[in-house]
Design a binder for this molecule. Structure first.
Ligand code: S3P
Length: 179
């Protein structure tokens, strides 16, 4: 019911491993909205995996593709001329790019999901598909990126701290933030 009043996309931002995709899928289910993972859309558009894009073209190229994909996802209309009602999970660096961030802030509702470093380490360790974690110590990299990005993430109007456990509490807090 809550989501019916909202006619803008809900965009989840925050660090790798915080649970943007899992939380996003569950929110979308609750809202009866589509869920879109921006990273998946970038891979589809490039016909390459994210590690391959980074290795072949570099991070700047990835960021540019990311901005274009997110712009498209945000601007797409829903059925019957309705607003773009969808939940979008973004990659952890998307909202740090000033152009991508402005676009999201202007046209969507941004929700910053954050959690402690141990939770990020545990959740990112489940998959080996993140080029920024393929070198060096993940704890150091995640700590540094989280510090560097905090100021950008904090521009999201809604801030939700996610615990290490199941996402139920997080979902409730997001709903409260949006409501
Ligand atoms: C990145 C996060 C990744 C992906 C890419 C870069 C980042 O997405 O976009 O590896 O800069 O934090 P997730 O946040 O879904 O892991």
């Amino acid at each position: 019911a809550m989501a019916r009043r909202i006619d803008r996309p809900v965009v989840l931002v925050g660090m790798m491993g915080v649970g943007k995709s899992s939380v996003g899928k569950r929110l979308a289910t609750l809202f009866h909205w589509p869920f879109v993972d921006a990273d998946d859309e970038i891979e589809r558009a490039a016909q390459m995996s994210i590690p391959e894009i980074f290795a072949t073209h570099g991070e700047a190229y990835f960021r540019d593709g990311e901005r274009r994909v997110i712009a498209r996802l945000i601007q797409q209309e829903g059925p019957n001329g309705s607003g773009a009602r969808r939940v979008i999970a973004t990659g952890g660096g998307a909202f740090v790019n000033p152009e991508t961030r402005s676009l999201i802030l202007e046209r969507a509702i941004a929700v910053w999901l954050d959690s402690d470093i141990d939770t990020l380490i545990e959740r990112t360790a489940r998959k080996d598909n993140r080029p920024l974690l393929q070198q060096g110590d993940p704890r150091e990299t995640l700590t540094r990126l989280r510090d560097e990005r905090r100021e950008a993430y904090a521009q999201a109007p809604i801030h939700v701290v996610s615990g290490s456990g199941p996402h139920g509490r997080t979902i409730a807090k997001v709903l409260q933030g949006i409501g």
